[in-house]
Design a protein around this ligand. Sequence first.
Ligand code: EPU
Length: 338
Amino acid sequence: MEILTNQSVFQYNTFGIDVKTKYLASFKNIEELKELLQSPLIQEEKKLIIGGGSNVLFTKNYEGVILVNKITGIDIVEENEEHVLVKVGAGENWHEFVMWSINNQYAGIENLSLIPGSVGASPMQNIGAYGVEIKDVFHQLEAVEIKTGNTQVFNHKECAFGYRESVFKNVLKDQFVITSVTYKLNKKPVYNISYGAIKQQLEENNVEDLSIKEVANAVIQIRQSKLPDPQKIGNAGSFFKNPIVSQAKFEELKQKFPEIAHYLLPDSTVKLAAGWLIDNLGWKGKRVNNHGVHSKQALVLVNYGGSSGEDIYNLSEDIIASVKEAYGVELEREVNIY
Ligand code: EPU
């Protein structure tokens, strides 16, 4: 376990931003993590824990220590006829875990195929896609408190999940390192294919016998058609969250923009598709030097190579201002800015 000085973060963020971190170290288990947290060299430094680095934008050098979570392992810890509880190391790659669950016939996360990032990040921002969120299969997680080095278990309620939110992005921000997550998966699949695009894709694929594998394949196809592959074009998925407005605000907008893409929520507020709002203002596919707005999904900002985080951040400011002016709606970023 080595603490490196003045290292590039290029390979640790899917945006492909090339800035430096003062210190960099990785850990493969809880003991190594605790040892690092106690190390005099970095004890007083601010810390950023990175898994897949798929939800960060570095706008400048990081003046602290980046700790890369490399805790692996997938273990079934409990099992009955209906469910399995699977405990997964936070450093495992999310999509590889989804593929493991499909190969073992455990249902529940097939709709979440191909989401970039690590297992540890999944509860952090309650990742979601195509009608499923991590909170639907979450059992509990283990985390180490940075200040004390103590291990703590968080149950579902304690994580305070919301739309792309959890306690770890709010009240407990930067206080815990998630070391493992336990999911409750189903042996008998309950399919969630109500999301329009999935149904359509399954039809196109002529699927007759529905299976979790077929659902995963459909999701993978949809994502590949709309979202850029971070291996080829730097990005962090949706850059903004879909804003939630009151019914009255929605009615007002609908008068002016009859086509506005939206979802009615159970509490009678309305979620607007930020992608639609941005697209409708002509931003989709706009390129400025080496960065821009993805050509197939306006919610995704991209780095074509060599762009700076600051440039991408400034573009996001311009988009926020333009959306605010046109619709009177304030967009919030989903990506964490450092
Ligand atoms: N739309 C446009 N133009 C665009 C993008 C979208 O008109 O450029 C319209 C679409 O036609 C559709 C609506 O907006 O009517 C919603 O679009 P889409 O189904 O692509 O989903 P989204 O709301 O833009 C969310 C998540 C994605 C997730 C998809 C599918 C957020 C912030 N994003 O996007 O998550 O994959 O739904 O469930 O909630 C991520 O978080 O990184 C991410 C990719």
